[in-house]
Design a protein around this ligand. Structure first.
Ligand SMILES: Nc1ncnc2c1ncn2[C@@H]1O[C@H](COP(=O)(O)OP(=O)(O)OP(=O)(O)O)[C@@H](O)[C@H]1O
Ligand SMILES: [Mg+2]
Length: 199
């Protein structure tokens, strides 16, 4: 809802989803966020698999790997021609593809900002799944090309030091919010909260 509010103010279209370390839940949160923002296809939403090192989105959706962002960057293929509509989820997917060169250098190229520019014209939201911040510089490069970054933190798993370090690397002012993933018990703790608010 907060993201929709910001969008209504005309400030937000592209959102990067990252986290300090591997396996915090970036891809899971990016996918769920894209589906939520798509509102069953009412909004045009693109989910971009920009983790060119260890892409997992296509695989977790049961899709075969095909050309995507890497080919668009390396071979100047129009990214719009590589999109796949995820009918049951109401959004579009740009897969990572298979980079031939160094993924970090690829994302650094001017082509990436051109691709973002081209795609922005066609979508209300672009949600970008990225690699973890601490071991790789890819996300810092990408964060300069987006309107906002979200930091996923996995409950009982991501060390506090790692969160601080990742926020320092990205710059606190560039992080629009934290997403606490896998917080068991939180729902129970606040259970009944809505009830008390009702008159
Ligand atoms: N809230 C959750 N509850 C249960 N399992 C989860 C939750 N979030 C993520 N997972 C599982 O944890 C694993 C890692 O999640 P995911 O792939 O989303 O993380 P990631 O940060 O994208 O990892 P990577 O750094 O490898 O890209 C997956 O098997 C996923 O299904
Ligand atoms: Mg991932």
């Amino acid at each position: 809802m907060r993201l929709r509010e910001l969008q209504a103010l005309g400030k937000l279209k592209s959102i990067l989803v990252t986290s300090p370390l591997p396996q915090d839940g970036k891809s899971t949160v990016a996918l769920n966020l894209a589906v939520a923002l798509a509102e069953e296809g009412k909004r045009s939403v693109l989910l971009m698999e920009a983790d060119l090192h260890q892409p997992s989105l296509a695989q977790s959706l049961g899709l075969e790997r095909r050309a995507g962002l890497a080919e668009s960057l390396e071979e100047d293929v129009d990214p719009m021609s590589l999109l796949r509509r995820l009918e049951s989820l109401g959004c579009y997917l740009l897969q990572s593809g298979r980079p031939k060169g160094n993924p970090t250098e690829l994302l650094q190229s001017d082509s990436m900002s051109n691709i973002m520019g081209r795609l922005s014209q066609h979508f209300e939201w672009i949600v970008i799944d990225t690699p973890p911040v601490i071991p790789l510089t890819d996300t810092v490069l990408l964060s300069r090309l987006v309107d906002a970054s979200l930091m996923v933190v996995r409950a009982d798993r991501t060390p506090k030091d790692a969160v601080d370090q990742a926020l320092a690397i990205l710059g606190r002012k560039n992080v629009a919010g934290l997403v606490l993933n896998g917080a068991e018990g939180l729902n129970k703790q606040y259970y009944g909260y809505g009830y008390h608010l009702k008159k």
